[in-house]
Design a protein. Structure first.
Lengths: 352, 139, 205
């Protein structure tokens, strides 16, 4: 494992704004963009070589906590103890993923694993709990618009009748889906990799696959009681001052569906002038079904993060009692500290 | 703060018609809540004072409003992030560095964006210092 | 109407010298960038005077200074005439939180007169960061402004003991560095000759 392998893996999964905070916290200078930053590392930048173990730790924390679709499960005391000892006894098999962990395999190396079920890549103990990491191949679709004039002359001529050309590409990436079992408490989590650009249905399919696989490795009974996250939407909406709400979807009784989105650097949707003006003239409360909230977290060493939670229900769920939402996304986390903060804020708004 | 006094103070050193445009903007800001005094594009600001955005008088006024003490106006940029379907704010310093090096790094992906000049939209916000003075109760 | 992009803004700024100046001032973020904009604005304003020099014959120092200030203000530079900074300044530009540029402008009447302008400037400049650059502007209604400026440059080196450096920048401009008496910091003064001689009867070359 080299510093350049680690940074290459980071490039594959960490948003640049988050990576900036990671590198700042490690006192590492970055260049303009990933390509140049990776180039300086590949050229043998001593700063990065000296920080190799810290970089590996940072990469690992992001594998465990960064850009995830999250499901929570309630497990009773007896089963929690059983689960902990099963994981304790589990041996991580030797495979390409476990051998390279936390460094990720690249597109060309993943060719051999397409379609294979997820494999255990690592088992990690942290003060907050134990993590079991499953590795698999996932596909990310990219779309890029190209103007004919930007193409080589012959191609530009052939395509001259078009104003734009949409290029669709598929890229393989190694996904790391994680089972987290706390050292204390009864709520366990499956965190499925959900990088930006991945369609939500792909992430949901992957989450289902991860749940099935963890069930095969351990026991499916541990994943029988999924925590309903839908009530947290109303809780987060009502909790003015608890983070900044950047997206809000709600139903207005007997009327219509609204979606409000704010930029990250402006006011919270909860107290934004237009929103307050609207709800001020209603005779019944609104029924929220989508909420995205972010928090500012000081990570020390001059690093800041803005983890963001999204709970995305369906508008029809506001009409029926007992609405259920099993998935939430947690993004822009550097590692365990900010992830835990975001997760705990959601839990704080669920019934006990 | 008496808006007329503030406007007169901030435009001291300017002459009509540039000072008239600055005063017009300041008086309009006095009627807009502070929370809405951001993401103001050139065309939107120009419409407040019945000018075209590329009119030399208007541009002189904007230059003055960004450079006078307390910086009534602060320039920054926004761009649409197609992945998240959300608008990102980009600070002036980042854009200037990009112009200088002819390289713009997407804030989220960390990858180079060609032709970034067509994706970034210059916008303004009023400064906290200006807002405090505008909405204070001192005469 | 679509919002202008950075591309549109850059294109607009390149259409005219004034447009470029607007862009420079609006995007300035520190004193060095303010200085660059002021230098560009002053250069443009003085060039305008020179272009119109046939109409400046007989103009007083004050009249020329007021005209320079007007030209700067039209560009969006907050320039002033006769503001007191330890004395009545001919041309001053105050930008941002702590940037102050001062110029003393004189009709050319010889080196002693130019020296009085420099001494006045030294009294008005504070030497603080952002306030350590100024100019002596010499309106020259005689032929050979470059030659007269050169003579002033030579004389300056003899008159001033506390200078650090004197360097020609171009034929109609040189810079002198001095140690500010009160602040102890280094101040830099541009000496600019503005050739306003006009005689329609004589050959230009």
């Amino acid at each position: 494992m080299s510093a350049s392998d680690i940074v290459r893996s980071m490039r594959g999964r960490i948003p640049w704004t988050v990576a900036g905070q990671v590198l700042r916290s490690l006192d590492l200078d970055k260049s303009m963009g990933w390509r140049r930053t990776l180039a300086r590392v590949e050229d043998g930048d001593v700063q990065y070589e000296d920080a190799e173990s810290n970089l590996a730790e940072a990469l690992e924390e992001h594998l465990l906590c960064g850009e995830k679709l999250v499901r929570l499960y309630r497990v009773d005391d007896v089963d929690t103890a059983v689960l902990r000892s099963q994981i304790d006894a589990l041996e991580v098999p030797e495979n390409d993923f476990s051998y390279r962990y936390p460094v990720l395999l690249e597109d060309s190396e993943l060719h051999a694993f397409g379609g294979d079920p997820p494999r255990i890549a690592a088992k990690v103990s942290h003060p907050d709990g134990t993590y079991l990491v499953l590795a698999s191949t996932r596909y990310l679709q990219s779309r890029e618009i190209v103007l004919p004039a930007e193409l080589p002359d012959s191609a530009a001529h052939e395509l001259r009748q078009y104003e734009q050309i949409i290029c669709v590409g598929h890229r393989r990436l190694q996904a790391c889906d994680v089972l987290w079992v706390p050292n204390e408490g009864n709520v366990i989590e499956i965190r499925t990799d959900f990088p930006l650009g991945m369609h939500s249905r792909v992430a949901v399919t992957a989450a289902n696959q991860a749940q099935t696989r963890f069930g095969q490795i351990l026991d499916p009974r541990f994943f029988a009681e999924q925590v309903n996250l839908f009530p947290a939407i109303q809780g987060l909406y009502s909790a003015r001052g608890d983070g900044r709400m950047v997206e809000l979807g709600f139903m207005v009784a007997g009327s219509s569906q609204k979606l409000e989105k704010s930029r990250r650097d402006v006011e919270c949707c909860r107290v934004e002038t237009y929103h307050l003006g609207g709800i001020g003239v209603l005779s019944t409360p609104i029924a929220p079904y989508i909420a995205s909230v972010l928090w500012n977290i000081d990570l020390g060493s001059g690093a800041q993060s803005e983890p963001e939670v999204t709970l995305r229900g369906l508008s029809v769920q506001t009409a029926a009692p007992g609405a259920f939402l099993g998935d939430m996304t947690i993004r822009n986390c550097v590692g365990i500290v900010d992830y835990s903060h975001a997760r705990d804020r959601v839990l704080a708004h669920l019934p006990a | 703060m008496n808006v007329d006094l503030l406007a007169a103070e901030l435009t001291d050193g300017l002459e009509p018609p540039v000072s008239d445009v600055c005063m017009g903007l300041i008086h309009r800001f006095a009627t807009i809540p502070a929370t809405e005094q951001r993401r103001m594009s050139f065309t939107w600001l120009a419409s407040l004072v019945d000018r075209e955005w590329d009119d030399a008088i208007f541009q002189s006024a904007i230059s003055a409003m960004t450079s006078v003490r307390n910086h009534p106006l602060i320039l920054y940029f926004v761009m649409h992030d197609a992945v998240e379907d959300r608008e990102l704010s980009i600070e002036l310093g980042y854009v200037k560095e990009s112009i200088q090096h002819h390289i713009f790094i997407h804030p989220t992906t960390g990858e180079e964006i060609p032709d970034f000049e067509r994706l970034l939209v210059p916008v303004f916000r009023t400064s906290p210092a200006f807002q405090r003075r505008l909405h204070s109760d001192d005469a | 109407m679509p919002e202008p992009t950075l591309s549109d803004y850059l294109a607009m700024s390149k259409l005219t010298p004034t447009g470029n100046l607007h862009f420079e001032i609006t995007t300035a973020q520190n004193n060095a960038e303010y200085l660059s904009a002021v230098n560009r604005g002053v250069r443009m304003a003085l060039a305008e005077l020179v272009a119109q020099r046939r109409h400046k014959i007989g103009h007083s120092e004050d009249a020329l200074n007021v005209e320079v200030v007007s030209l700067l203000r039209f560009s969006g530079i907050m320039a002033n005439h006769d503001v007191k900074y330890g004395g009545h300044t001919d041309i001053s530009v105050k930008l941002g939180d702590d940037f102050l540029w001062i110029a003393e402008a004189k009709l050319w009447k010889g080196c002693a007169w130019a020296f009085s302008g420099l001494k006045q400037l030294g009294r008005y400049m504070s030497g603080l960061p952002g306030q350590d650059r100024g100019a002596v502007i010499l309106y020259v209604f005689k032929p050979d402004a470059a030659g007269l400026l050169k003579s002033w440059r030579t004389e300056l080196a003899k008159l001033v003991t506390r200078y650090v450096d004197i360097n020609e920048v171009e034929p109609l401009k040189f810079q002198s560095k001095h140690i500010h008496l009160a602040a102890g910091s280094t101040i830099l003064v541009d000496h600019i000759a503005v050739p306003l001689f006009w005689d329609s009867a004589s050959l230009s070359v």
